[in-house]
Design a protein around this ligand. Structure first.
Ligand SMILES: [Zn+2]
Length: 313
């Protein structure tokens, strides 16, 4: 009997070691310390009938983000996230607030035709997703409200949620705006100001009209959709300051929240942002838990064409 127990114990230890080193090899240990709570994010969703949520990987895939009207660029970098920046520290203030990431809202047929399915949600699906949020009692808030609550250690309405729409594509006006008006939900438009007025991007007039709806809060997404985790200090400074100036001058809204293009950030980029008056910023690290200890790299969840319940909502 004792021998059997000993044998079992040895087997368990062996399995544990095997699993551990397997994980280290795949880098999952890093993921496990970084990811707080459930996260699944369908990164690839090529047709409405084939949308399977895929577990996010520990390596941050700087997917998406179409730039300058150039074909969608997929940058994949193995970014080792600075755990010091992204770990909730003891006694720090955290709130469980999902931040949803969208890029393009347009008919899936258009997305397929243009090869934009990875960063696109069908407008009818978006309509259903907003209906779901409303009927399930979610309360949409601005990115600034979340940041201020973390900063001031204050509470938020139950089931608060932040919706972000990146880059400033024209379909934010033609498809998203009517839907957010219909459901009276608040969205946060992350604008790369250098792209405003380019083909397929919003014009300043459209951005002003969106803001005038009272449902659209503006945040910076750099000037040229630049990965500020790299590059010279001067270039980073230029990207941040130019976008802030252009947004403030054109819309009259103070700009103090930022979203990192490609999810790219670095300690020095964060320092520059803070010097320029930014009080919060959003990364592409997935997770619903938001903490003041990483207020400059808050977490977001990529949303595709699956029902929102598939993302843990
Ligand atoms: Zn972007």
């Amino acid at each position: 009997m004792i021998k059997r127990i000993q044998l079992l114990a040895v087997l368990i230890i062996f399995l544990f070691i095997f699993e551990y080193f397997g994980n280290v090899k795949k880098g999952e240990i890093i993921h496990k310390t970084m990811s707080y709570g459930y996260q699944s994010s369908p990164m690839v969703c090529n047709s409405l009938s084939f949308c399977t949520p895929v577990l996010s990987s520990n390596i941050i895939t700087l997917t998406s983000t179409p730039t300058l009207g150039i074909p969608e660029e997929k940058i994949t970098e193995n970014v080792k996230v600075d755990e010091k920046i992204n770990t909730p520290l003891k006694n720090h203030y955290c709130l469980n607030v999902p931040v949803l990431t969208y890029h393009r809202i347009q008919p899936q047929s258009v997305a397929i035709e243009k090869g934009q399915t990875a960063g696109s949600v069908d407008n009818r699906v978006f309509d259903q997703q907003m209906a779901y949020l409303v009927s399930n009692g979610y309360h949409t808030i601005t990115a600034e409200e979340l940041v201020n609550a973390l900063k001031n250690h204050s509470g938020l309405s139950p089931k608060s949620i932040v919706i972000t729409l990146d880059d400033g594509y024209e379909n934010a006006y033609s498809y998203a705006l009517p839907i957010i008006r219909k459901y009276n939900v608040v969205i946060n438009l992350m604008v790369a100001t250098g792209l405003v007025g380019s083909p397929n991007f919003l014009s300043w007039d459209q951005i002003k009209e969106m803001k005038a709806s009272g449902l659209v809060y503006l945040t910076s997404h750099t000037w040229s959709h630049y990965a500020i985790g790299r590059g010279s200090q001067d270039k980073i400074q230029y990207e941040i300051q130019t976008a802030k100036q252009q947004l403030e001058q054109n819309t009259g809204q103070a700009i103090n929240i930022f979203a990192y293009p490609y999810g790219s950030f670095s300690p020095s980029a964060i320092q520059i942002l803070q010097q320029d008056g930014f009080i919060g910023a959003f990364s592409t690290i997935s997770g619903f838990l938001q903490c003041d200890s990483y207020i400059m790299t808050l977490h977001r969840s990529h949303i595709g064409n699956a029902p929102l319940s598939a993302y843990g909502l």
